[in-house]
Design a protein around this ligand. Structure first.
Ligand code: AMP
Ligand code: ZN
Length: 472
C-alpha cells in the first residue's frame, strides 16, 4: 500500500520510497534522562510508535533507533545555562550515573504501560563518545570548525550554505536581525561541537579529547549514533517540532559534510501536547506523568486513545475532561469487544469482508498517519451489523497491532472480571449497602460504595439487583 508522509524539508506530503526495498530505518530523538518524562513527551513517543506500526503492517522490516541523552547538556539551545544531569543529581542527591539509570528505568516503565514497542536500538550518548569525537575531528579536517578559547570547538554555520533549509529560515535575515553578543561566536547560529571543562572545577561527566578534557555538544550525539547504527544514509528522522530550527538543522549541518546530501530522506515532526498555559514542559513544572494518570485510576490505554483522536501535525489540548471523555469512549468499545468475544468462537471468519475492512483501515492510516479517521472506521465496524463477530474479532486483532490500543486484552480481562465471584468481605459490604439503600440511608450507601471501590471492585446496579464486578 502507498505510504504518504508530510516531509518538513519539502513542506509537502510525499509518497514514501525506501532506500532499500522492504526496509525502513528511522531515528527518533529520545529522552533526556534527568527527570521523569511527562505525558507531553509521551505524545511524541506514541506518534513514533504509530509510524512504526503503520510500516510493519505494510510489510516493512523496521529498524528504529532512539537515543538516550545521558550526557549533561546545558539547559538552553544556545550552549549556555546549567547542566541538566548535574541539576538532576543535585536535586535528588544522587550521582549523575544513578540519575540516568533511575530515569531510564522510569521511561521504560512508562512506554511499556502505553504499549509502545521498544526501539530496536536505544544507544546511550555516553557509550558513543569516541564516535562523537571522530565526527568533530572530521568536521575540523573539512574546515567547518573554529575554537573559542576557554569555551569550546564551534561549528561555523556560514560554511554550510543550506543551513536552516529545514525550518525554511533565511540565513541572511537571521544574521541581520541578530544581536551582537560577547560569546565569541562568529555567527549567531553557530553551535558547540565540543565544550571544554572549566579549569577550576571537575565536572561529573567529562572525557579526554584532542582538544582537551570536556564533553560533547548536544547535537553531535544524534549524528554520530544514527550513522553508526542505521548507516550513513537512512529513510526517516522524527522529533518534536521545536527541534526543526535548531537541533535538527544542526544535525543536518554536521552530517551532510561527512556523508553527502541528502543524509535523511524524510523529516517528520510532531506537534505538542498542550496544558492550559501552552506546551507541557518540565521547566514550567506543570506536568503530569503516565504514573500520575494511573494513580488517578486511568487506564494508560485511555490516554493513548485520546492521543490518537488528534493528528500528529496538530497541537492537542490536554484536560481531565478530555481524558474522561476518551476514557468513557474507550471503555464502551472494550465492552462491545468483550461481547463479541463471547460469541465469536461459534462463527467463521468471512475473508472477503475482513480484507475489505483491513485494506480500508490500512489505507487510511497510511495516508499521513490519519489516526482519528482510522478510529472513525473502528467505530463504524463495531456498529455494522452485517459483519459477524468472528470477522470483527479478527479485525480487532489487526487493529490492536496497528494502533496498539489493546482492545482484545482489555476485553478478555473484562470478561474474566465479570465472571469472578467477589470475596466474602466485599459481598458483605455490598449486602450492607443494599440494606442502607432500602433504609434510604444514601450517605451510608455512598460510603460503602467508596469502600468497595477502594478494594478494587465496582457495584453495578442492574434490574436483578446489585452486581459486583472486579475492576480491570
Ligand atoms: P526531552 O526529554 O525534553 O528531550 O524531550 C523528549 C521528546 O519529547 C522530544 O522529541 C520532544 O520534542 C518531545 N516533547 C517535549 N515536550 C512535548 C510536548 N509538550 N508535546 C509533545 N512532545 C513533546
Ligand atoms: Zn536528536
Amino acid at each position: 500500500m502507498t505510504i504518504r508522509l508530510f516531509n518538513t524539508m519539502t513542506r509537502k506530503i510525499e509518497e514514501f520510497k525506501p532506500l532499500v526495498p522492504g526496509k525502513m530505518g528511522f531515528y527518533s530523538c529520545g529522552p533526556t534522562v534527568y527527570w521523569d518524562q511527562h505525558i507531553g513527551n509521551m505524545r511524541s513517543f506514541v506518534n513514533s510508535d504509530i509510524l512504526k506500526r503503520m510500516f510493519i503492517e505494510n510489510g516493512y522490516d523496521v529498524h528504529h533507533v532512539m537515543n538516550i541523552t545521558d550526557v549533561g547538556h546545558l539547559t538552553s539551545d544556545e550552549d549556555t545555562g546549567e547542566d541538566k544531569m548535574e541539576k538532576g543529581a543535585a536535586r535528588e542527591k544522587l550521582s549523575v550515573w544513578d540519575i540516568a539509570q533511575k530515569y531510564i528505568d522510569s521511561f521504560l516503565r512508562d512506554i511499556d504501560s502505553l504499549n509502545i514497542i521498544r526501539p530496536t536500538d536505544m544507544p546511550r550518548a555516553t557509550d558513543y563518545i569516541p564516535e562523537q569525537i571522530e565526527q568533530v575531528k572530521k568536521l575540523q579536517d573539512l574546515g567547518y570548525t573554529y575554537e573559542i578559547p576557554g569555551d569550546g570547538i564551534y561549528y561555523d554555520t556560514s560554511k554550510f550554505p543550506d543551513y536552516g533549509a529545514l525550518g525554511g529560515q533565511d540565513l541572511s535575515e537571521l544574521r541581520a536581525g541578530a544581536r551582537i553578543d560577547d560569546t565569541g561566536k562568529r555567527n549567531p547560529t553557530d553551535f558547540a561541537l565540543w565544550k571544554f571543562s572549566p579549569t577550576d572545577k571537575k565536572r561529573a561527566m567529562e572525557w579526554d579529547s584532542p582538544w582537551g578534557v570536556g564533553f560533547p555538544g548536544w547535537h553531535i550525539e544524534c549524528s554520530a549514533m544514527s550513522m553508526k547504527l542505521l548507516g550513513p544514509h537512512f529513510d526517516i528522522h522524527v522529533g518534536g517540532q521545536e527541534h526543526i530550527k535548531v537541533h535538527h538543522s544542526d544535525e543536518i549541518a554536521q552530517s551532510e559534510p561527512i556523508v553527502g546530501k541528502p543524509w535523511v530522506n524524510y523529516w517528520v515532526h510532531y506537534e505538542w501536547l498542550l496544558s492550559k498555559d501552552g506546551k507541557m514542559s518540565k521547566s514550567s513544572g506543570d506536568f503530569l506523568t503516565v504514573q500520575d494518570l494511573i494513580d488517578r485510576g486511568y487506564d494508560p490505554m485511555a490516554f493513548r486513545y485520546m492521543l490518537l483522536m488528534g493528528h500528529y501535525r496538530q497541537p492537542l489540548d490536554f484536560s481531565f475532561d478530555a481524558l474522561d471523555a476518551a476514557s468513557n469512549g474507550y471503555k464502551s468499545m472494550v465492552r462491545k469487544v468483550a461481547e463479541l468475544l463471547s460469541v465469536a468462537s461459534a462463527e467463521t471468519i468471512d475473508n472477503a469482508t475482513f480484507n475489505q475492512w483491513h485494506d480500508k483501515m490500512l489505507a487510511t492510516i497510511s495516508d499521513n498517519m490519519k489516526t482519528a479517521e482510522t478510529l472513525v472506521l473502528v467505530h463504524e465496524l463495531l456498529r455494522d451489523t452485517s459483519v459477524n463477530s468472528a470477522t470483527k474479532i479478527a479485525l480487532f486483532e489487526f487493529i490492536d497491532r496497528l494502533l496498539g490500543l489493546q482492545f482484545i486484552d482489555r476485553a478478555k480481562k473484562l470478561n474474566n472480571a465479570e465472571s469472578e465471584t467477589a470475596p466474602a468481605e466485599i459481598q458483605a459490604l455490598a449486602d450492607e449497602r443494599a440494606a442502607a439503600k432500602s433504609a434510604k440511608d444514601w450517605a451510608r450507601a455512598d460510603e460503602l460504595r467508596a469502600q468497595i471501590d477502594a478494594a478494587g471492585w465496582s457495584v453495578v446496579d442492574t434490574r436483578d439487583g446489585a452486581k459486583l464486578v472486579k475492576k480491570i
